[in-house]
Design a protein. Structure first.
Length: 201
């Protein structure tokens, strides 16, 4: 069980480095991550996606999301409501609007649809501050993603720069682990593939 100090120390080390990532570095790394992410998603097959709007220094799944939307995939983004964050479907990333903390979210009044559609697995694309090979994830500390992941079960794919992979992420009981972590150079299957809804290569 992690102590708050252990998490704070790791954030203190990695958050400044994350914020120092330049736009060009983020674009280059994001392209590499999306290439491997496509390979990973191909093993999963038909799915619905729950994505996020990347900050300038974060890994950006956006162009991949555009392709999946064009192919008719149901895609959700988080939006803050009076009861916290919930998932809302989008028809285009162009409809996202800056809201809480300036983060792009689905517009007010988005229709809520079944999550996920019947018979289709939900696949999460999740950012973070740090990850380890066991799938443990360190977020920013507010618990937004942990609560969303608990509320909407699905396969969890963490997106990370190679340097965000650490030996061990301190965890607490409420922390939600990833099934897979994808970096610029590798796909890390954190759980046995037999326990995931994926097709063997």
């Amino acid at each position: 069980m992690a102590t708050p100090d252990a998490k704070a120390l790791l954030r203190h080390t990695l958050v400044p480095r994350l914020r120092q990532v330049t736009v060009s570095e983020a674009v280059h790394a994001s392209t590499a991550v999306r290439t491997l992410l496509r390979t990973c998603l191909a093993k999963i097959g038909s799915c619905a996606l729950a994505a996020y709007a990347a900050l300038p220094y974060e890994l950006d799944p956006g162009p991949l999301v555009d392709d999946y939307l064009a192919a008719g995939t149901t895609v959700y983004y988080p939006r803050h409501t009076g009861e916290g964050y919930r998932l809302f479907p989008i028809s285009s990333r162009a409809t996202l609007q800056p809201r809480r903390y300036g983060i792009l979210e689905p517009p007010q009044g988005s229709l809520i649809s079944p999550i996920p559609p019947p018979g289709i697995p939900l696949v999460w694309l999740v950012p973070g501050i740090a990850f380890d090979r066991a799938g443990n994830r360190l977020g920013r500390g507010a618990g937004f993603f942990d609560r969303l992941l608990a509320d909407y079960p699905g396969l969890r794919l963490g997106l990370a720069y190679d340097w965000q992979m650490v030996a061990e992420v301190p965890t607490a009981a409420h922390d939600q682990a990833m099934d897979v972590v994808v970096t610029e150079s590798r796909i890390i299957w954190c759980r046995q593939m037999s326990s995931l809804a994926v097709r063997q290569a």
